[in-house]
Design a protein around this ligand. Structure first.
Ligand code: RP5
Length: 163
């Protein structure tokens, strides 16, 4: 009997400059022992790369896509338009508007093509990875257990009284 291959998370970002934020996705996924890949794909600078990537995402055994982008951040929405896989958007903290531009661009998708939008910057990158784990955990008990363990460790780390 063939073993069902577990799905991976695909982390994509519009620029090398986004990696200092998106690296936090990798850190969480490593901790949870979840397979991932990481790529630079720009909706406006490499539109053909984006198209190829999104059209082949399902066949490439991807279960969830995390897309980070800054400024007029159309990458998550464009990818979501090309695949029905879940797409989570991480608004990168831009220099000029501190990520408010990225947040609104990603969150304000018109109806019909959804992007699950996380917080700006590092918090968003971490939560995107945790949410990707929750999604994959629906059909994967190993991931679900790891995620529950991480939450337990997090709860235990909260002291009852301040020092
Ligand atoms: C976006 O433009 C990227 O996602 C990045 O956040 C922003 C700036 O890119 P660089 O000028 O640093 O390459 O496409």
């Amino acid at each position: 009997m063939s073993k069902i291959k577990s799905k991976k998370v695909s982390i994509v970002m519009g620029s090398q400059s986004d990696f200092k934020t998106m690296i936090f996705c990798q850190k969480v996924l490593k901790r949870l022992d979840i397979k991932f890949e990481t790529k630079i794909i720009s909706a406006h600078r490499t539109p053909e790369r984006m198209y190829e990537y999104a059209k082949n995402a399902t066949n490439n055994n991807i279960g969830v896509i995390i897309a980070g982008a800054g400024g007029s951040a159309h990458l998550p929405g464009m990818i979501s338009a090309l695949t029905s896989l879940p797409v989570l958007g991480v608004p990168i903290e831009s220099k000029k508007l501190k990520g408010l531009d990225s947040l609104l661009s990603i969150a304000q998708m018109p109806k019909g093509i959804p992007v699950g939008t996380l917080a700006i910057g590092e918090d968003g990158a971490i939560n995107a990875a945790l949410l990707a784990a929750s999604i994959l955990g629906v059909n994967d008990n190993k991931i679900k257990n790891k995620l529950n363990q991480l939450r337990l460790t997090q709860s235990k780390a909260v002291k009852k009284k301040p020092k």
